[in-house]
Design a protein around this ligand. Structure first.
Ligand SMILES: [Zn+2]
Length: 196
């Protein structure tokens, strides 16, 4: 199977996780995490696990991840609408945080020392914990008000707008931004040829 086209333009891990459900041309969405092995590839592409770390989630762990994704989807909907987050959403996030305790590890570097995080949970729980912590960070110290949905009508991608003026419109200039530019050119060309 070809590697699915994981995208990382969300400016937050939890948003990139939601973007594993891109739009299909027929208006539906596809699921890029359709098998445990895809979850592993996504986690590695997201930089959450080293390439050689053993991470072998089973079907049940993958289902748990997808359930969490649908809870985050609801959270994103509330944020986009400026609505309050339901207590249930907060409870699930806290549950994921509780299942992923992190301690520290003193590591000797070539020069000096480093204190790095060390996940005490199994890797699947650690991954969901990391996503939950990232969501919490957006609420606590990020810009939840800057969560946006790509303005292209055929796109469902989300991102946190970190631009200075807060006017980012597209998930990516290479795809949706260009599609829009091309549509604008075509519309102008039509108007000119119609003598408008
Ligand atoms: Zn888009």
């Amino acid at each position: 199977m070809d590697a699915p086209d994981f995208r990382f333009f969300g400016n937050a891990l939890w948003v990139d996780f939601l973007n594993t459900e891109p739009a299909l041309p027929d208006g539906g969405v596809s699921n890029l995490i359709d098998r445990p092995e895809a979850l592993v590839r996504w986690a590695r592409a997201a930089g959450e696990f080293g390439l050689f770390d053993p991470f072998e989630p089973n079907e049940r762990k993958m289902e748990e991840a997808l359930q969490f994704r649908s809870v985050l989807r609801e959270a994103a909907k509330s944020l986009l609408e400026g609505a309050a987050l339901s207590k249930d959403i907060v409870a699930v996030v806290n549950e994921k945080l509780a299942c992923s305790p992190v301690t520290s590890l003193l590591v000797e570097k070539e020069v000096g020392w480093d204190l790095t995080p060390r996940f005490m949970a199994d890797k699947a729980n650690a991954l969901l914990g990391a996503i939950a912590a990232d969501f919490a960070r957006t609420l606590v110290s990020g810009r939840p008000d800057r969560l946006r949905r790509c303005e292209h009508p055929g796109c469902v991608m989300l991102f946190i707008d970190t631009s200075k003026n807060g006017r980012r419109r597209w998930c990516s200039m290479e795809t949706c931004g260009n599609r829009e530019k091309a549509a604008g050119h075509r519309a102008r060309a039509r108007r000119i040829s119609a003598g408008a």
